[in-house]
Write a protein that binds this ligand. Sequence first.
Ligand code: ADP
Ligand code: MG
Length: 360
Amino acid sequence: MSAAPSSSDTDAPGAPSDALVSVRGLKVHFPIKGGVFGGRTVGAVRAVDGVDLDVRAGTSLGLVGESGCGKSTLGRAVLRLSPITAGTVHFDGTDVSALSGEQLRASRKDMQMVFQDPLASLNPRQSVETILTEPLKAHKIDFDKRTRVGELLDQVGLPGSAAQKYPHEFSGGQRQRIGIARALALEPRFIIADEPVSALDVSVQAQVLNLLEELQQQLGLTYLVIAHDLAVVRHVSDEVAVMYLGSIIEQAESDDLYDEPLHPYTRSLMSAVPVPDPEIEDARERILLQGDLPSPADPPAGCRFHTRCPFKQPTRCDSERPELLELRPGHRVACHYVEEIARGEITAHQLTAEDVAARA
Ligand SMILES: Nc1ncnc2c1ncn2[C@@H]1O[C@H](COP(=O)(O)OP(=O)(O)O)[C@@H](O)[C@H]1O
Ligand SMILES: [Mg+2]
């Protein structure tokens, strides 16, 4: 890694030595206003509610979970685009959650975001050239316009003639390439891609994911890739973190997580993904995820997942919040009974797909 951390900074507690980004105890609570004139705070949406996360330099961490579980808010808080209620975010040894003013602005150069909907995130009245040079101007960086714009377009696989066009003149996939080029303009080291292919046709999703992978290799980038779709995240991630109602409930190397999901929530997410091999498809476990995500304004006590968990046990699950603990090397899970469930001593007591089929 390049810039040495300044002497006043220390790494986040317990962070691996190659962590580029370390999040500790992060909370983002949005106040709910009420009262007659709406001026009183009557509660809070706990969008992010105690997250610890490390992203190793040069790797890609996938962040998955149902819509509304807090993924975007977490990503935005890391970039300081959402207010941080509590906790810290370290970037290369600097606590960026404590920065303000010019220092914060300077740190933003290193961390960029690619958004879900390129049409909504690109100004329709700006040419591609203006879109790509704006970040450079904002950071007062000297550049030769034609050369830099040409380079950026080339990096994302668009022709130089794209520079004078406007966002509406491109397809969805091409527009996302422009969004990626804009994120690259300042030569960041860390990119958060928030559902980068969710708005795209399935046929172009793989192309954009491949581009992100190529750029990572060429430029040595570090990624946080957010998706609600497990298949998307598997494709691009070295490690995967699963989020549920404001916190991380499981994290492991990608293959470990997909081969042996341990948390009941991850198992139910996995069991919803069809397997191409018919023999495996017939034999595999199916756990139906029942009910909706509870409101983050009024999250369940104890384990946040207990209201939907097919393995829920009396007392402990609805009273004590499980910690994210390392169960196997590099594989962390937040579940009181994960060992018993893995050994088959506690079985699902909810209707499985087979049950439902047998009763039909
Ligand atoms: N600015 C905001 N003010 C109030 N609530 C918000 C705000 N942004 C997000 N939320 C709420 O926080 C929760 C998490 O949202 P979000 O981070 O967008 O989830 P995800 O990206 O996983 O779909 C949701 O309940 C959402 O309604
Ligand atoms: Mg989101």
